[in-house]
Ligand binder design. Sequence first.
Ligand SMILES: Cc1ncc(COP(=O)(O)O)c(C=O)c1O
Length: 345
Amino acid sequence: MDVPLFATSLAPYHDRMSEAVDRVARSGRYILGPEVEAFESELAAYLGVRHVVGVANGTDALTIALRALGVGPGDEVVMPSFTFYATAEAAIVAGAKPVFCDIDPHTFCVTPETVKAALTPRTKAIVPVHLFGNVAPVRELREFGVPVVEDAAQAAGADLGGVKAGALADAATFSFFPSKNLPCLGDGGAVATGDAEVAERARLLRFHGSKDKKTFTDVGYNSRLDEMQAAVLRVLLPELDGWNERRRAAAEAYERLGLGDHAALPRPVEGARHVYHLYVVRAESLPVGRGYYRVPVHRQPAIAVDVDLPGTEEAARTNFALPMGTDMDAGLVGEVIAACASGST
Ligand SMILES: Cc1ncc(COP(=O)(O)O)c(C=O)c1O
């Protein structure tokens, strides 16, 4: 099968992205200038949040969001182990201890029950991950009375009951890594929040802990979104909803054309509009696809904690990401299903 796992091409946007890059190259403003400011307002308007702070990548976005909410040494952060390693790494860089909770293998997301089981008096934040483009049940998680930071790296444009992922909690973080639903041409990320003080602290932390470049009140990071990436993101953000519609259409085609005969299909969390960053099914074996997070974070050598997470282990063992992207059509979907069928007989 030669259908790529990420079936998305930016070719139709090359000219407009080049014009945007050219505009920045000629402007003489390369760091924290008008493009970043404009992108921050445009993304905030799209998400329906008050503040967006552009940063260098999605990992820094999480570290900065956690620190902006006051998370630090001695604090625990509850999060899934079935996620990209960066979710836990970011909390450790902030000085905190990740405490891993289980997931529902049908949705690949945490549940109120799994999070509740991991809460302790030292819990300072909960980080639900909107994995593969699903949306974790954030509303129920907020009822625990602990700050919630959505890791929305994989879920740009998804929503839960009409509220965008990224606008559901105390803060949220995004990655614009090139394979993400909203990509840039390198690394980029953002923190979104409705809280002016959290936004202000995130701005400070992304620039070495300084407001005015003269007085340094915190030890922060050099973690800025640059003008070229912001200019590219301004070209691509208006395309996001259309792209996500195409991803959803491909997911519907997988279901309609019978993939469910060969594998357990991904299940949106109740009320969620999934954006299928990845289309991940579960099966004992499949002749196509790629397994994600086969060694979940709690079993990685740098972390290695002894915790019983049966849903996580099942998801890690049985998941297969199948081709998905903005350029999938029913023909490609049919080819993938035919390949699955040939291997399952
Ligand atoms: C769930 C999740 N969290 C965090 C990150 C980190 O983002 P970045 O690669 O931009 O640092 C990623 C992506 O790579 C991710 O998939």
